[in-house]
Design a protein around this ligand. Structure first.
Ligand code: NAP
Length: 265
């Protein structure tokens, strides 16, 4: 089976580390045009340089997903650099106060989280879909977590702010299907990233237990296949497949990629 996404123009947000970077690298290796982004300019420059080892057609810019004007700037730059956007991969970072429970967060933290996950997704879709509609083709992916369906007390900010993306996925798929645009959410389990390690390190310090013990107990042991996911292989290649001609009948749904950790059916 030949799965071809060569020359597709792809914007990946929050893509200078972890899952976003792994996805961007995987798609760059397939010959797509890639635009990476995050808040830190040095990280953007470094990521562009690294990905250019696989593909010349890689660009990047800074963005803060909690700031609407910054998202406007990102989309304008990506459109003018690549000459369009065919595929949008919405990835995000984490709220600074996470992991934390409901009563540990005040309204400012909720505001940050809702901007980071939900409003940024709405804004990106609003800005980019007119170009996809004009071309009669597009793919939209929201990268999320299986914990939106099976909440974890300490991921309350992300879970509550991201759960509505499942509604958005379904609604958009109904509006955009006739324009050749598919919309899907990927619910991820535990992946090998610096962000995941930092998060659990913060949590283990907070509860006063050794990191290695908490990591094993909370992250590794509950995964039926016995290993963490790899962003390039498990998310990047899934997006490649769904972006190819074989993905045009899969829309308005979520796909769980979690090594079996979720118990929800
Ligand atoms: N790793 C997992 O096991 C796992 C599982 C399920 C879901 N997730 C979700 O996947 C996402 C990525 O996680 P990760 O583990 O890959 O984290 P990571 O390694 O910390 O990477 C996060 C990326 O997001 C960028 N970022 C952070 N805040 C941003 C903002 N306000 N605006 C724009 N870019 C921003 C960071 O760069 P800058 O600092 O330069 O902005 C970085 O490139 C998170 O939303 C996480 O909840 C992760």
């Amino acid at each position: 089976m030949i799965v071809d996404i060569k020359g597709k123009k792809i914007l990946v947000t929050a893509s200078t580390s972890g899952i976003g970077k792994g996805v961007a690298k995987s798609l760059a290796m397939e010959g797509a045009y890639i635009f990476v982004s995050s808040r830190n300019l040095d990280r953007v420059i470094e990521t562009v340089k690294e990905l250019k080892n696989f593909n010349e057609n890689v660009w990047g810019d800074t963005v803060d997903l909690t700031n609407m004007a910054s998202i406007d700037k990102l989309v304008n730059t990506a459109l003018s650099q690549m000459g369009g956007i065919d595929i949008l991969v919405v990835n995000s970072g984490n709220p600074p106060s996470e992991p934390s429970t409901f009563f540990e967060n005040d309204i400012n933290e909720w505001e940050y989280s809702i901007h980071l996950y939900l409003l940024s997704s709405i804004k990106l879709v609003k800005l980019i879909t007119p170009y996809m509609i004009k071309r009669g083709w597009g793919r939209i992916f929201f990268l999320s977590s299986y914990t939106v369906k099976e909440p974890h007390d300490i991921f309350v900010l992300a879970d509550v702010s991201r759960a509505p993306l499942l509604q958005l996925t379904k609604l958009l798929s109904r509006e955009l299907g006739r324009h050749g645009i598919t919309v899907n959410t990927i619910l991820m389990g535990s992946f090998e990233t610096t962000g995941a390690v930092e998060n659990l390190r913060k949590y283990s310090t907070k509860i006063g237990r050794p990191f290695s013990e908490v990591w094993k107990e909370m992250v590794v042991d509950p995964i039926p296949v016995g290993k963490l996911g790899k962003p390039e292989k498990h998310i990047g290649k899934l997006i490649t497949y769904l972006s190819s001609e074989y993905g045009d009948y899969i829309t308005g749904t979520y796909i769980v990629v979690d090594g079996g950790v979720s118990r929800a059916i």
